[in-house]
Design a protein around this ligand. Structure first.
Ligand SMILES: [Zn+2]
Length: 334
């Protein structure tokens, strides 16, 4: 009798364990970074990057990676997240959604996720380890590109991911599409004057707590891309978006322990069918860069069924695919 009861309660117990993992299944992939073993606890004050090539790429103009330069890290993190939330709020409002940005400051995990609450309202959850990452502490733009990717899972439109192993479409935009949204619609708002002054105000919270804030750790742009940005409608926004894209993919490279991808070495692979999961890292940087060059207006929203509205059409120029502003052929088939 006891045995049977035990078996039954064990079965119930297991069923409850299974349920959340099934529910989380769809959301688990809705993140910029892969699941990773990198951990940066609150107490850790010096965090080296995993690959030596980062320091060569960053050059001498930057803060040495791993040095925490600010004194008021949690306030800075909260101020940055608020500036992001306030700037992207109208995009969510236009869909009738209320975005919650949840900070798990004590969490050492280096990641952020897009998920939905019990009322199907969008939630972006950010772990403290990401905010303490050496490529985030002194420079928010890589973090902002990651947050914009998470927003893109809700607002990026088609192509959408599939629900589990079915052919039904999920609520989340495909990974490549979330990247494309990040630069075409989201970072632009953050880097245009209203967003940029909110971000600058957030940074000043931390600046006031130290005597002399150091220069930010930003990798230089390849000169050819910088001059291409000069021909864009908003050159400063284009350049800042490229730098943010570079930083975001460098954070990715760091958590998986590889050398950083480069803006001047695009992934020229042509896929046979659209990739809905994470494309290769170089391909992702190319997608982010393409979005920075896309001439479509950031007010021109993406559509949930048709991937064309709000995007830039592909023109066959394989040597400089990102300059057309179209989604690259390394993940997207039109
Ligand atoms: Zn994602």
């Amino acid at each position: 009798m006891f045995d049977r009861l035990n078996r039954m309660s064990r079965m119930r117990f297991h069923a409850w364990l299974l349920l959340p993992s099934l529910l989380c299944g769809a959301a688990a992939h809705a993140q910029f970074l892969p699941e990773n073993a990198r951990r940066i606890p609150v107490q850790q004050k010096k965090v080296p990057l995993t690959d030596a090539s980062f320091e060569r790429e960053l050059g001498e103009s930057s803060v040495p990676p791993g040095e925490f330069a600010r004194g008021n890290e949690e306030s800075l993190a909260r101020a940055r997240l608020s500036a992001f939330q306030e700037t992207v709020k109208p995009l969510f409002d236009s869909r009738g959604w209320t975005l919650t940005v949840e900070l798990l400051w004590e969490s050492a995990v280096v990641n952020a996720q897009a998920t939905r609450d019990a009322n199907r309202q969008p939630v972006i959850r950010v772990h403290g380890g990401l905010l303490r990452h050496p490529l985030v502490v002194n420079q928010a733009d890589g973090l902002l590109a990651i947050l914009c990717h998470e927003a893109g899972h809700f607002l990026g439109g088609a192509p959408k991911q599939l629900r589990g192993s079915t052919q039904l479409r999920s609520w989340t935009s495909a990974e490549g599409q979330a990247d494309y949204f990040a630069t075409t619609k989201c970072l632009r708002r953050l880097f245009q004057p209203a967003g940029a002054s909110r971000l600058a105000a957030a940074e000043s919270i931390a600046a006031s707590s130290v005597a002399a804030p150091p220069p930010a750790g930003v990798p230089p742009l390849p000169p050819a891309l910088e001059s291409s940005c000069e021909r864009a409608a908003e050159p400063a926004v284009c350049m800042r978006s490229l730098q943010a894209s570079q930083l975001a993919t460098w954070i990715y490279a760091d958590v998986i322990g590889t050398a950083p991808p480069r803006l001047d070495r695009p992934d020229l692979e042509v896929v046979g069918s659209t990739v809905l999961a994470h494309p290769r890292l170089q391909c992702r940087l190319d997608t982010l860069a393409a979005g920075a060059f896309c001439s479509a207006s950031d007010d021109d929203a993406f559509d949930d069924e048709n991937p064309s509205p709000g995007s830039c059409a592909r023109i066959r120029t394989p040597e400089e695919p990102w300059l057309t502003g179209a989604r690259p052929a390394c993940w997207f088939v039109d």
